[in-house]
Structure formats: C-alpha cells, structure tokens
Write a protein that binds this ligand. Structure first.
Ligand SMILES: [Zn+2]
Length: 407
C-alpha cells in the first residue's frame, strides 16, 4: 500500500478485521460485541478477541448499557475513544495556509492560519508549511506520538499517490514534494490530495454527503471545481484531474477564461468573474447603489457589497448574481445528465447570497436536467462552512484509519 507509516502507531493497529470492527463501532456506536458479530459476520470469539486488542490500544471504550433486553443481562456497549489519537489537517489555499489539529471525530483542538502575502519559491512554500505545522505542535500539549497522520489539501493539480503538488496555478509552482518533505521533517505519515476532492471526502464523512453513495460537491471560489463521489469512492481518473467543471464550456463565444479557452463556467461564475463583471459594467448602471458605493474609488469592491446591494433590491447586483447562478446551474445540469448523482452539494462564499444565486441555480438544473425516470436529485448547501477544505485534509487520514478494504 502507498501509506507508509513512520511512527508505526497507526499501522501496528491495523489488520483487516480490526478495521472492520473499528469501523462498525464508529458507524453504530454504542454497540455490543454480539451486534458487531451479527453485522460483520465475524464469529463472536473473533470479535471478542479483536475488541480486547482495540481496548488495549485505547482505541475503544466500554460502557454499561442502561437498558436490558427482556430481563436479561445489561450488555456492555462499545464506543470509539476519539481522543486516543489526533490528526493534523493542512489546507493550502491561494492566499492562506491553515492548519488544524483535531480529535478522531474531527473536533478542532487547535486552529492556526498564516497568510501567503507574496508568491513564495517552492522551497519557501515548504518551509512556510513546516513552520505552520510546527507552530501547532509547539502550542498544544498533545504528544507527537499520538498524531496519526497529516492530511494535506492543496489547490491545483495534485498526484495523491506520489504526494506531489504537480501544479499550483495561484502560486505558480510546480512539482512540490509535499509528502516527502513533511514526512522527513516530522516523521508522521502524510497524505496529499487536491482541495476540492478533499472537500468531497469531508462532505462524505462529516457533511451533507453522509450516507450518500453518489454525489457531486461543487466548490465555487477563485476557481470552480467539483469532487465526484461514485459508489462511495471519490473519482479521480488515472490523470488525477477529474471534476474540472469550471472549464466546461457554456458558450464558445463567451468571455476569455484563464485557461485560454472562451466561455468556461469559471469565466462566468467564479468570485473573480463576478467581481470583474461588476467593475466592468457598473459605469453603465448609474442607478445602481454599487455605482454610488464605488464612485471615485472610495470603496473597494468585494462579494459582500454585491450581496448587500442585492438585499437592498438593487437591480444590477441581483442580475449579476442571478446570471452567475444560472451559469452554475447549467454546467451542473450537464454534469448531472452524465452522472445522475443523488445529491449536489454546493460550497463557497457566493452561496452566502442565498436565493439570489441558489434559486436561479436550482431553476437551471430543473430546466436542463433530462429526467428519464422519477429522479429526485437534491441540491443543498454545504454545512461545513469555511472549515470544509481543511476538514477534508483531516478526512484523508480518517479514511485510511477506518478503511476496511485496504491494508
Ligand atoms: Zn477555462
């Protein structure tokens, strides 16, 4: 397997059956040994012996059930001991590095962010990440030996197998050896993944994707990307580049996208596309509040101003948000027609605008999705907020920890 363990605490714990039992407890806790045996089809003696090993490793705890079945003995129930180990999650965005330390159920123990104020060299970037992680380690009483792994969510093109950031469009960097550098520095296993795919994993583990085998997580920020979950697995393709919904074309004669093509979704509905459009067209809308606010450069335009103007019933602001929502809905409908996921989970600051964006998005999906049967595809907002990506980094480690089909 590709998950090399340096500290050993994680790998020594793992056997296929142990992971199966551990995962069953996670999903059904509190649960008795007998129920585990029934659900996993392992024999009761096998379950008992695996449970004893897990208790010895402090990974699970026992508690007395308060109810008993038909006057019988009260069964002993088992729970995961979520503070037995900790996880570090790192999210490297375009302008900030965020590091969190969490328990095994994703509760944040320490949260630290550092802005990337100028474009770093490859070496400077790696040093900055190391310093951020070191800062977290220095400021928590948690022993390093208790840290299961470091999950790393990186924007741009990522090769998870090699732990490499192949290309960062925002930092203009190539081939950053994240896994190797961090494992060498900290002697803790590191898993690297693209940020949008990590977010989809967080949705599956903690968010709106829980219990949903097929869903798309659509993320709108400086760029637009998607994480595709199929049969409970993230879909990456053999090139690690699947999900680039931001570069699906809505109009070949449309505005120029930074990728070089014309009319990509990103050129219509990314945060920068929306702000650029307002800046370019506001002069033609002298009746708009935005025209007044931006006059003589007295205020610098941001998304919140556009939302505020829309809430004040400003026609131009509402139009810009509506058309961004329509574009997102159109691109999402194309993707839905191919994959037919049960759910579309949308994430990003733009959705703070609420129905100014969501209503036209849903309307476009309704209009352009081909329904061959009675398909009910729900469209929901992520409830992970700004923690989604970094929690996705944590999920990379959790999924390895609890995974049952790979040892
Ligand atoms: Zn493009």
């Amino acid at each position: 397997m590709s998950y090399d363990t340096k500290t050993g605490s994680f790998e020594r714990m793992k056997s296929l059956n142990q992971s199966t039992v551990l995962n069953m407890i996670r999903l059904r806790e509190p649960i008795s040994r007998a129920e585990i045996a029934k659900l996993t089809k392992l024999t009761p003696p096998t379950v008992s012996s695996l449970v004893s090993e897990l208790i010895e490793k402090n990974l699970i705890t026992e508690e007395q059930s308060i109810s008993s079945k038909a006057g019988g003995r009260k069964p002993i129930l088992l729970r995961i001991n979520y503070t037995a180990h900790y996880i570090i999650g790192v999210y490297a965005a375009a302008e900030v590095i965020r590091v969190i330390l969490t328990t095994m159920d994703g509760k944040i123990v320490f949260d630290f962010s550092e802005d990337i104020t100028e474009l770093p060299s490859k070496n400077e970037f790696v040093i900055m990440v190391i310093e951020c992680i070191q800062h977290v380690l220095n400021n928590t009483p948690i022993k390093k030996e208790l840290i299961l792994g470091i999950g790393f969510a990186m924007h741009g093109l990522v090769d998870p197998d090699k732990g490499l950031a192949i290309f960062s469009p925002h930092l203009h960097l190539e081939n950053i050896p994240i896994k190797d550098s961090l494992e060498k520095e900290f002697d803790i296993p590191v898993i690297v993944e693209n940020d949008v795919r990590a977010l989809a994993k967080a949705e599956s583990w903690f968010g709106q994707g829980q219990g949903v085998s097929d869903f798309i997580s659509l993320s709108v920020g400086r760029g637009i990307g998607s994480g595709i979950y199929i049969n409970n697995e993230i879909y990456k393709s053999s090139f690690n580049t699947a999900g680039e919904i931001g570069h699906t074309i809505l109009d070949v004669n449309g505005p120029k996208c930074q990728c070089g093509n014309n009319g990509c979704l990103e050129a219509y509905a990314s945060e920068s596309a929306i702000l650029n459009r307002v800046r370019a067209e506001v002069k033609n809308h002298s009746d708009s509040i935005l025209h007044e606010w931006l006059k003589d450069g007295k205020d610098e335009l941001d998304l919140k101003m556009v939302f505020k103007a829309a809430r004040e019933d400003d026609f131009f602001a509402k139009l810009v948000l509506e058309e961004a929502g329509q574009s997102l809905g159109l691109a999402a409908a194309n993707m839905i027609n191919i994959l037919k996921p049960a759910k579309l989970i949308v994430e990003g600051s733009i959705f703070e605008a609420g129905d100014f964006v969501l209503a036209p998005l849903k309307k476009s999906i309704e209009k352009y999705t081909f329904k061959s049967s009675n398909e009910d595809i729900s469209v929901v907002c992520s409830n992970l907020g700004k923690t989604g990506m970094v929690l996705g980094a944590v999920t990379l480690v959790l999924q390895k920890m609890f995974k049952t089909d790979e040892i």
